[in-house]
Design a protein around this ligand. Structure first.
Ligand code: ATR
Length: 277
């Protein structure tokens, strides 16, 4: 039987996951399908329960279902539990298994685009304290970062996040964020600032050391004002599209049995799609 997988969200129109997985299915000539489904929060449990009998081997879940999917899962891996949300599900022995591959995608993107990024000494400055920041912080902690500064407009959210991870993360005032640029090995924007239609992230990189890597989770536009500033200063920059692409790898391998690769072809496919819409 054709192995089926899909992405579930509400709404779902914007998801690029069908393009990514469709590209890999074609490249590896796999008899499989990857579709997208709009499911309301009220219907999620019933939808998931009925998936195996319809030939589904698993699914990605996106906004607003990531927390509920974790709650509905019978087994969740360490990443999903630590991040408090699931984005990748698979069905095995009548059970729902859950993972979160966002931290993996974040780390792989940096590994590929800025090799050695985690080897230089220095702190990490993370801007933002939403769901994306949770995945980034979990990823940095698994790589052994022990000097992480976290700044968020709403300080309480940053405090909550820091205490959730229990040490290793120092919350700093949003207004004082520029003071923490000096000595950074890595600067990460997880806020929506810099996205098309939103104001830019106001961060002064003048005091960043020459080894600093600057990455933005925003990928529309691909080169945000933050990345443009970093590039102009000669810093290493990594855009956010790679995280989106790499986070899809583990699900594809689990459902379809082949480890896919993030290639220039795939990247271009998504860039073309982004520029059309
Ligand atoms: P996600 O799950 O994608 O991380 P989110 O939970 O909505 O999304 O988080 C968005 C982040 O962008 C938050 O850190 C938010 O700051 P608040 O917690 O103070 O809301 C940040 N953000 C959005 N607009 C902002 C702005 N104008 N200035 C500063 N931070 C902003």
């Amino acid at each position: 039987m054709t192995a089926r997988a899909c992405v579930i969200g509400w709404p779902i129109g914007h998801s690029r996951s069908p393009l990514i997985h469709g590209h890999w299915l074609g490249r590896h000539e796999i008899d499989g399908s990857y579709t997208k489904h709009e499911v309301t929060p009220e219907d999620l449990e019933e939808f998931l329960t009925k998936m195996p009998e319809q030939g589904f081997v698993g699914a990605n879940v996106t906004v607003p279902h990531k927390e509920q999917a974790l709650a509905l899962a019978d087994h969740a891996d360490e990443a999903a539990r630590a991040i408090g949300a699931a984005n990748t599900l698979w069905f095995e022995d009548g059970k729902i298994h859950a993972s979160n591959t966002d931290a993996y995608g974040f780390l792989r993107n940096l590994d590929q685009e800025a090799p050695g990024w985690d080897q230089s000494s220095g702190s990490a400055l993370v801007l933002g304290a939403g769901g994306a920041a949770r995945a980034v912080l979990f990823g940095l902690l698994t790589r052994g970062f022990d000097d992480i500064r976290l700044a968020n407009r709403t300080r309480e959210r940053a405090d909550e996040l820091a205490s959730h991870f229990g040490g290793g993360i120092a919350v700093v005032d949003w207004e004082a964020r520029n003071d923490h640029v000096e000595g950074c090995a890595l600067i990460v924007n997880t806020t929506s600032l810099g996205m098309t239609g939103a104001p830019p992230l106001d961060l002064d990189l003048a005091n960043a050391g020459s080894c600093t890597v600057v990455t933005d989770l925003v990928y529309v536009p691909l080169e945000t004002p933050l990345l443009a500033q970093a590039r102009a200063r000669g810093l290493r920059v990594v855009d956010g599209l790679g995280m989106l692409l790499h986070q899809a790898e583990p699900g594809f391998e689990r459902w379809f049995g082949v480890r896919p690769e993030v290639t220039d072809d795939l990247r271009q496919l998504i860039i073309d799609d982004l520029s059309e819409t």
